[in-house]
Design a protein around this ligand. Structure first.
Ligand SMILES: Nc1ncnc2c1ncn2[C@@H]1O[C@H](COP(=O)(O)OP(=O)(O)OP(=O)(O)O)[C@@H](O)[C@H]1O
Length: 422
């Protein structure tokens, strides 16, 4: 990426007493909503169908015009700004990617850069850079049409397109709603990897509370009319749901959802003996015996795991070949412990192979590690950073608006978000 890895490039967003009254409707879809969205954070909007999540999201890029109130992005009131100009500064991702079917992948990604008048060479380099970022090989996918891609690949291209002109804000409306659970888990992990690099401000609508817990730095739980019932970190919402509505919405098994709060990269991985195709099996076996381990992981030339071999399998072969085992349990280091446990259960295996960025091998995770992490999480206190402001009516104090305008964070006041939650 062009930015240094990890630097916040996202913008703060303030919805200041925003209302949307659709013509002919008795009650407003969104009524006097004030919501502070800290720069560089992921904020998840959840709530029952029809509660106004999408309306709230689309008012940020003014695909829906607010009836009342202000939208402030990085201190600038954008409520009156030309809508097209605004939307070029805000990436937007919808279900199934929303790609134009008659355009190639490259042309889809290049839409906004073209509108902004970038030259051909710069656009082409950016397309390849973004395809790499979303783990699609540019040489293979650049010239394909959307119908020649899987649902997950289309969704990745949708994310690449939204990031094309490097916007500070990304709005995502149920982006992973149309893909199967495994693909969804991968796309979520990838989004977290990408976010670790680009640090945008991401606002996402979802129906899935587990997704909100996994991805969100902050979760806004809405009831009808975009009534904000709770706006806080996933940890605190799970530990202290504001009322029965939130408790019901979280659903059963809130205790187990704690597993969703810890990522694989937060626990200590188990080192593994690795091998490469072409090696003598006897040499690998003796390394395995020396290390007191049972399984060796075979890596391909790009250090991606191909398969695991037990001592018995090794003792029966001469040379390690390049077979790839598609059923091997693999999780990304961005996966939650919940995902990891799921993967192990499906594969009936007590360990899973962990990969990092670009699927490179990182180590192993086992059931024991997960159990220890749960025990530790249960005994440690919950996060103590201040939640951002979120209310439903009444102006937020003037000083807060001014601070937001100045892009400042006030460490003293409980009214303002002051820290990144994690
Ligand atoms: N163009 C429109 N005209 C009139 N009413 C609308 C319009 N768009 C949405 N609504 C109404 O506004 C309310 C909020 O809709 P919105 O799409 O924001 O909800 P949502 O929470 O995103 O729902 P879902 O989860 O089902 O997508 C609903 O009652 C909906 O019927």
């Amino acid at each position: 990426m062009s930015e240094p890895s990890g630097a916040i490039t996202g913008a703060s967003i303030l919805l200041d007493e925003v209302t949307k009254q659709y013509p002919g409707q008795i009650k407003p879809a969104v009524g006097g909503l004030t919501l502070e969205i800290p720069a560089g954070s992921i904020v998840m909007l959840v709530g029952p169908s029809g509660c106004g999540k999408t309306t709230t999201l689309k008012m940020i890029n003014r695909l829906i015009e607010p009836t009342d109130g202000k939208i402030v992005i990085d201190g600038e009131d954008v409520t009156q700004m030309d809508g097209d100009t605004l939307r070029r500064r805000i990436g937007y991702v919808i279900q199934a990617g929303g790609l134009f079917p008659h355009m190639t992948v490259a042309a889809n990604i290049a839409i906004v850069p073209k509108m902004l008048g970038w030259d051909k060479a710069k656009i082409s380099a950016r397309v390849d850079e973004l395809l790499e970022l979303v783990s699609l090989d540019p040489a293979v996918y650049r010239d394909r049409y959307p119908k020649e891609l899987s649902g997950g690949q289309q969704q990745r291209v949708g994310v690449a397109r939204a990031l094309a002109a490097d916007p500070p804000v990304l709005l995502m409306d149920e982006p992973f709603g149309a893909v199967d659970p495994i693909t969804r888990q991968r796309l979520q992990d990838e989004l977290l990897n990408i976010q670790a690099e680009v640090q945008k401000t991401i606002v996402m609508v979802t129906h899935d509370f587990d997704e909100a817990v996994k991805l969100g730095d902050w979760i806004a739980v809405f009831d009808e009319g975009a009534q904000l019932v709770q706006y806080d970190s996933p940890e605190r919402i799970l530990a202290n749901p504001a009322n029965d509505f939130v408790e019901n919405f979280i659903g059963s098994g809130a205790g187990l959802k704690q597993l969703t709060l810890t990522r694989v990269n937060e626990v200590e991985l188990v080192d593994a003996v690795t091998a490469t195709p072409g090696e003598l099996a006897s040499a690998v076996l003796s390394r395995l015996q020396g290390a007191g381990q049972q399984l060796a992981v075979v890596l391909d030339s790009r250090k991606r795991p191909a398969r695991r071999l037990s001592r018995r399998q090794l003792s029966r072969m001469q040379v390690i070949d390049d077979t790839v085992d598609d059923s091997m349990p693999v999780v990304s280091d961005q996966s939650t412990l919940n995902d990891a446990l799921d993967t192990m259960l499906v594969a009936s295996s007590e360990t899973a192979v962990v990969t990092g960025r670009r699927d490179v091998f990182r180590g192993l995770i086992n059931v024991q590690t997960i159990m220890e992490a749960i025990a530790q999480a249960n005994s440690s206190a919950s996060a103590d950073s201040e939640a951002p402001v979120g209310l439903n009516s009444g102006a937020i104090p003037a000083i807060s608006v001014e601070n937001a305008m100045a892009g400042e964070a006030d460490g003293e006041s409980a009214q303002h978000p002051v820290e990144e939650p994690r």
